[in-house]
Design a protein around this ligand. Structure first.
Ligand SMILES: *[C@@H]1O[C@H](CO)[C@@H](O)[C@H](O)[C@H]1NC(C)=O
Ligand SMILES: *[C@@H]1O[C@H](CO)[C@@H](O)[C@H](O)[C@H]1NC(C)=O
Ligand SMILES: *[C@@H]1O[C@H](CO)[C@@H](O)[C@H](O)[C@H]1NC(C)=O
Ligand SMILES: *[C@@H]1O[C@H](CO)[C@@H](O)[C@H](O)[C@H]1NC(C)=O
Ligand SMILES: *[C@@H]1O[C@H](CO)[C@@H](O)[C@H](O)[C@H]1NC(C)=O
Ligand SMILES: *[C@@H]1O[C@H](CO)[C@@H](O)[C@H](O)[C@H]1NC(C)=O
Ligand SMILES: *[C@@H]1O[C@H](CO)[C@@H](O)[C@H](O)[C@H]1NC(C)=O
Ligand SMILES: *[C@@H]1O[C@H](CO)[C@@H](O)[C@H](O)[C@H]1NC(C)=O
Length: 404
């Protein structure tokens, strides 16, 4: 079980060691100075007219590789990610086969022998828990209400939300069957965004991205919770690469001005790097104005094989991978029984990156590097031990005070 530190802003659960600080300083500066790789990114809705299904293809061409991300709300929201070692690879869709009961082979990336890595992610269910009378840190965080199957949602026409300027598109859905009217004024959205170069969004948690990743922002807005103290979660399934499930690791991350007080980065790796990865900061927000006051802790369970219980099937995953059944699933839950929560404003938002290659790693921001340069100076080099550490900590913290 992974603890997330979102709302414990005043508390320092982890502090960088002098050696880590030093190695980061030494290792990250040269990379920071190198030009980052860019990709030619295209985003296209593949029409299956006249059937109303969303199939969004992101194709990112680099100097000697092409990445494909295929998003769809056919069945539960899902993405197939494929990396190839050529700039020429293409996606081939056979709609009649895709909509048939056995869609295997309906989605292909050609030429087949150029494929270096492929996997998939499926958002299977929206979970809701009653956290009344539950003490903090227990898992699951309360009595589960019946989950919402995302395969039984109806989704907007994603074409109308496609924004080629920001390379983004939004899948917005609500349950087809909503007897209590919980989603009468609400929706669950997946905002998918691609990038042609590395950077960092303006909004927290400001995940550092490269041109090799897709960012997904999941937001639950306006839906009526079933209790006064509802915590929400997402069940996520993925394909294992072999007999075992991938694991979610918690990395120590640098705390600097971009994500103050969130010291962790959670990462799911499908294989040894470079392969595919999912990466997020363990923090969600309960207000559109994303700030410390609205930060929620998030917890990720371990991955389990899903043979024991049925998950909604994703036709696009079946279409690409055939009848592979080595699925693994895990739960993400957002918030704690106390503190800010969905109940405040009926708003919840969480972001993650999905990518192929080396996961982006935070390095010190220019501001912090500047502080270090000043703090170190030439004589400071003599103190490259504990002294440096204390000095940096002092400088860093005083800097936060002025920012906040
Ligand atoms: C989605 O919207 C686009 C543009 O408005 C339209 O051309 C397309 O037919 C729509 N697709 C479906 C499945 O309704
Ligand atoms: C692909 O390009 C990158 C950077 O341009 C280079 O480092 C890498 O060796 C190339 N890979 C192959 C297989 O040519
Ligand atoms: C699509 O799949 C169907 C069913 O397998 C097949 O009959 C048809 O020829 C395929 N279409 C193309 C364009 O490959
Ligand atoms: C791509 O990888 C395949 C093996 O996976 C190899 O046969 C092929 O030569 C590679 N192509 C290039 C352009 O490197
Ligand atoms: C919560 O605990 C209080 C006191 O222990 C009890 O009166 C109340 O019924 C409990 N509520 C629920 C929903 O279990
Ligand atoms: C939905 O919004 C309308 C108008 O704002 C309001 O009257 C209604 O009570 C809301 N329904 C729910 C279930 O929140
Ligand atoms: C929810 O809160 C309202 C108002 O505070 C209260 O009247 C109601 O009994 C609560 N419902 C439950 C299930 O605790
Ligand atoms: C996720 O939570 C739900 C509800 O508690 C539970 O039924 C399901 O087994 C959990 N899935 C995983 C992979 O832990």
């Amino acid at each position: 079980m992974l603890r997330c530190w979102g709302p414990h802003w005043g508390w320092v659960p982890w502090a960088p060691t002098p050696w880590l600080l030093l190695s980061l300083l030494v290792c990250t500066v040269p990379f920071g100075l190198l030009g980052e790789e860019t990709r030619q990114v295209s985003m296209e809705v593949i029409s299956g007219w006249p059937n109303p299904q969303n199939l969004l293809h992101i194709r990112a061409v680099g100097s000697n590789s092409t990445l494909h991300y295929v998003w769809s709300s056919l069945g539960p929201p899902a993405v197939v990610l494929v990396a190839t070692n050529t700039t020429q690879s293409v996606l081939n869709v056979n709609w009649s086969l895709l909509l048939s009961p056995d869609p295997a082979g309906a989605l292909m990336v050609l030429p087949k022998n150029s494929i270096q890595f492929s996997s998939a992610l499926v958002f299977t269910r929206l979970l809701e828990f009653d956290s009344t009378n539950v003490s903090e840190g227990t898992q699951p965080p309360g009595k589960p209400y019946p989950p919402y199957s995302l395969a039984k949602f109806s989704w907007n026409n994603v074409t109308n939300s496609l924004d080629l300027a920001t390379l983004s598109a939004i899948f917005r859905g609500h349950p087809v069957d909503d007897p209590t009217g919980a989603f009468a004024n609400g929706s669950l959205t997946f905002k998918v965004q691609a990038f042609s170069r590395s950077g960092r969004p303006a909004q927290p948690p400001r995940l550092l991205h490269t041109a090799d990743v897709c960012q997904v922002e999941v937001a639950l807005v306006g839906a009526s919770p079933r209790g006064n103290h509802s915590l929400f979660g997402l069940e996520v399934a993925t394909l294992g690469q072999g007999p075992d499930c991938p694991s979610v690791n918690e990395q120590d991350s640098i705390d600097d001005e971009y994500a103050p007080a969130v010291f962790q980065l959670n990462r799911l790796l499908w294989g040894s790097s470079p392969s595919g990865f999912m990466q997020w900061r363990p923090v969600a927000f309960s207000q559109e104005q994303r700030a410390r006051e609205s930060a929620l802790a998030c917890q990720a369970s371990a991955l389990h094989p899903t043979l024991a219980y049925p998950l909604p099937h994703s036709p696009i995953v079946q279409a690409f991978f055939g009848s592979q059944n080595n699925f693994c699933a895990f739960n993400l839950t957002f918030g704690a029984p106390t503190g800010p929560g969905y109940w405040d404003q009926h708003y919840l938002c969480w972001s993650m990156l999905l990518g192929i290659g080396f996961p982006p790693v935070d390095s010190f921001s220019p501001l912090v590097l500047g502080i270090m340069a000043v703090a170190l100076g030439a004589p400071g080099l003599m103190f490259l031990g504990g002294g440096l550490f204390l000095l940096l900590r002092h400088k860093q913290y005083s800097e936060y005070q002025s920012i906040n």
